[in-house]
Design a protein around this ligand. Structure first.
Ligand code: MRU
Length: 312
């Protein structure tokens, strides 16, 4: 199954807001529909956003206003703007050239995820690995296989995976809803843990490696990823557990010198003060809702891309 693809002149994607209960494909014909799908996280995860951005330029049919709106639909994952730029660069050559560039972004992502899975699995030592991860970095966050969860899949295929501890990932539960769904489909042993249990479980010695994805890697190696990643990095450092970032080269942003320059999306009060439309905090409670955090490069053991292993 492909999470996002170009089918019969439209963007087809899995509506991730409905998982794990329903697997529904959305057919998207306009940039406005695609921007809405991105903002409400029907499609999400940095590599999938890169493909969405590239395919969206085909839908925009050369309209600069629509292309700009698509490029800015979410701010943190650099892949979205990168994907838009890959396709938009071919606008002078016409629609077929734009489509070819967008399909290349899709195909390159599939190949990159395979390569990252192999390289990441080669890097880790041990035969029966207990892996901790946050958010969803699997095939649902890319086109197929994914980044950190792609490494998990390769480890599982090689018979080297003991268990995955998946953090639930408040407030939108990408770990509880999506990562568990993917792990169950691949037959990989896993347990779901509350986000706040992560550092404690690391301290107890129950984890051999933390594997995460990335939304933007600054030039100095500082890495923005789903909120909760930084707490795991601190816990891993204290426990002496490797903390490894798995991301394609397209997530590295040489134009951003360090983490403090990364724009972090704040998704507003509602996701925090309520759950699935039911208010859980007193009326009028204000919230802070950063969707991502930044892990400083000195807490990262290695960054694995489809081309190399970088040790910050
Ligand atoms: O808000 P989301 O669900 O788009 O956040 C996704 C993440 O933070 C992922 O870890 C990241 O995009 C890497 S996905 C391979």
């Amino acid at each position: 199954m492909r999470t996002i693809d170009w089918v019969d002149g439209a963007v087809e994607l899995v509506d991730q807001t409905l998982l794990p209960d329903k697997l529904v494909m959305l057919r998207i014909h306009t940039v406005a529909e695609l921007v809405d799908a991105i903002r409400r996280l029907a499609v999400r995860g940095a590599p999938a956003l890169g493909v969405a951005g590239a395919l969206g330029v085909v839908l925009a049919d050369g309209d600069p206003a629509q292309i700009a709106e698509l490029r800015a639909a979410r701010p943190t994952a650099v892949n979205l703007a990168w994907g838009v730029d890959q396709a938009a660069a071919r606008l002078p050559q016409g629609r077929e050239a734009v489509l070819a560039a967008a399909l290349k972004v899709r195909d390159d992502d599939i190949a990159a995820c395979h390569a990252m899975g192999e390289r990441g699995a080669d890097l880790l030592e041990g035969d029966r690995l207990r892996i901790m991860t946050v958010c969803n970095t699997g095939g649902l966050a890319a086109v197929e296989r994914g980044t950190a969860l792609g490494v998990v899949q390769t480890l599982h295929e090689r018979g080297r995976l003991a268990e995955v501890l998946a953090l639930e990932t408040r407030p939108l539960l990408q770990g509880a809803r999506l990562t568990t769904w993917e792990l169950a489909r691949m037959g990989a042993p896993h347990r779901l843990v509350a986000d706040s249990a992560g550092p404690y479980l690391l301290a107890k010695g129950g984890v051999d490696a933390v594997l995460i994805g990335a939304d933007r890697i600054a030039a100095n190696g500082d890495t923005a990823n789903k909120i909760g990643s930084y707490a795991l990095a601190l816990g891993a450092e204290r426990a002496g557990v490797p903390f490894v970032v798995i991301a394609p080269e397209s997530t590295i942003d040489p134009g951003t010198p360090s983490g403090e320059h990364i724009a972090i999306e704040d998704r507003g009060d509602d996701e925090i003060v309520s759950f699935r439309g039911v208010r859980v905090a007193p009326e009028g409670t204000r919230a802070l809702n950063p969707a991502f955090d930044v892990t400083p490069h000195d807490l990262i053991s290695a960054i694995v891309t489809e081309q190399r292993v970088i040790r910050p």
